[in-house]
Design a binder for this molecule. Structure first.
Ligand SMILES: [Zn+2]
Length: 175
């Protein structure tokens, strides 16, 4: 199947890849994209074999995310305050969806992870899930010092209050 503008692309994280039955069905009306590190996270032998068979038959595509997209996702997850909650693989997943959208495709990310969903939502990217409820609202994390009560829009590099040196805490602020 060649790439067509407006075509649906499912971008799956490793926990979504575990839903094997859905995966085979999904491949029928859309492309399914993952990255190599997402595949690496599938430890279950049976599931891994299924995914690898789908890759071999060309139904699941293993994509490489352009570096420039990773940079944008790093910046955005910092801004939203989720950077510390996301693994490299998580950020790669988000970057892959961004990349698909910029290519004129319609990505839907499948993930149960609230931090990933939050960043996707902030970026206006569509997501869905097999398991949990999904988030109901978008928020950003803001940071405050429990000692001197100052608030900060961004996390500091060492996680400490630049004024008094106390460890900053974060709280959800609705958008
Ligand atoms: Zn302080």
């Amino acid at each position: 199947m060649g790439l067509v503008v407006g075509m649906k692309v499912y971008v799956l994280d490793s926990s979504s890849l575990m839903y094997g039955i859905n995966l085979s069905v999904m491949c029928e009306d859309a492309e399914v994209w993952i990255t190599y590190s997402i595949l690496e996270e599938v430890k279950d032998k049976h599931q891994r074999e299924l995914v690898e068979a789908l890759i071999l038959s060309g139904r699941v595509k293993v994509k490489e995310v352009p570096k420039s997209y990773m940079k944008v996702v790093d910046e955005v997850s910092m801004r939203v305050g989720e950077y510390g909650s996301l693994s490299d693989t998580d950020r790669e997943l988000i970057a892959l969806a961004m990349y698909a959208k910029n290519e004129g495709l319609k990505p839907v990310v499948y993930t149960d992870d609230y931090s990933i969903q939050n960043v996707l939502s902030y970026l206006g990217l569509e997501y869905s899930h097999f398991g949990t409820e999904g988030i109901k609202e978008t928020w950003i994390w803001e940071f405050y010092c429990p000692a001197c009560k100052r608030t900060f829009k961004f996390p500091t590099e060492d996680g400490l209050c630049p004024i008094c040196g106390t460890k900053l805490k974060r709280y959800r602020k609705k958008l």
